[in-house]
Every structure is written in C-alpha cells, then in structure tokens.
Design a protein around this ligand. Sequence first.
Ligand code: FES
Length: 154
Amino acid sequence: MTQSDKMKRREFLTMGSSLGLLGVAAAATGGAVFKYLMPVVTYGTPKKFKIPKSDLPDVGDELLFSDQKVVLRRHSDTEMAALSLVCTHLGCTVNVVETGFQCPCHGSQYDIKGTVVGGPAPQSLAWLTVKPLPGNYLEIDTGSRLKENSYFKV
Ligand code: FES
C-alpha cells in the first residue's frame, strides 16, 4: 500500500465518520421536529360530575369540590349556587374566605356571590349549570357559564 493509498483510505474513513455523525444529528433533529409537530393531548378533569342530593349543605353552608374547582352554596331552603373557583384573571384557583373568594396569584377578590370587588379580575366567577339526574343526583357542568345569580332549585 502506497502513501497515497493510505491518505485516500484515511480521507475515506474521515468522510464516512463525518457522514455518520451528520446522519445521527439529522435523525435526532428530525425526531425533535416530529415530536414538536405532534399534538400534545392532555385529558383534564371531566367537565361534568355528579353528586347525591343528600350531600347538599344546609342554608348558609357550602360544599367544596377542590378537584373540580367548584363550590356549592345554599342560599335558602330551595335555592343553591354553584360557582367556579377559577379566577377570571388568569385562571388560578381562588380560595374561599370569610368575605367570599380571594385569588392567591394576583389578589383579585370576589364577594360571596362571586362578583369582583377588587384586583385585576375582569369579570365575576362563573355560575355553573346544575341539573337533576335520576336517582336523586345532581350534575354540575364546570364547562358552563350562566349569568350571575342563577340559583338552581333544590
Ligand atoms: S389569576 Fe387571579 S388575580 Fe390573577
């Protein structure tokens, strides 16, 4: 083997290694682009959930559903409110406080009916649809938004 043949062989191996590395880089980049373009599907909490009527609170009391971010408040013997606990500013979960609700993120405050009384929230907390189900159950739809003071009858 001549010196010239050795150089050609070395060049050939160098070029082959470079092409191999380039292929690996292209495959990694292609994989990253493919993953970026694929839709990310998340399955959040279902929008509707049901509760037995026997769980409803007494007048003036409330029942909190932390996972669903909902509170039920009994207004009278026959009327209840279902309010979303999702802050209308940027979506944090508001805390139930003595005067109503308070958002821990930017300080929005809502009264007991969910009406904004302070902070950056642009609108009141959502009043949610509640409908009776067979077997003495109620279904609460967290994806709905009724006008304020839309009490449901019990
Ligand atoms: S998210 Fe509630 S005040 Fe900003």
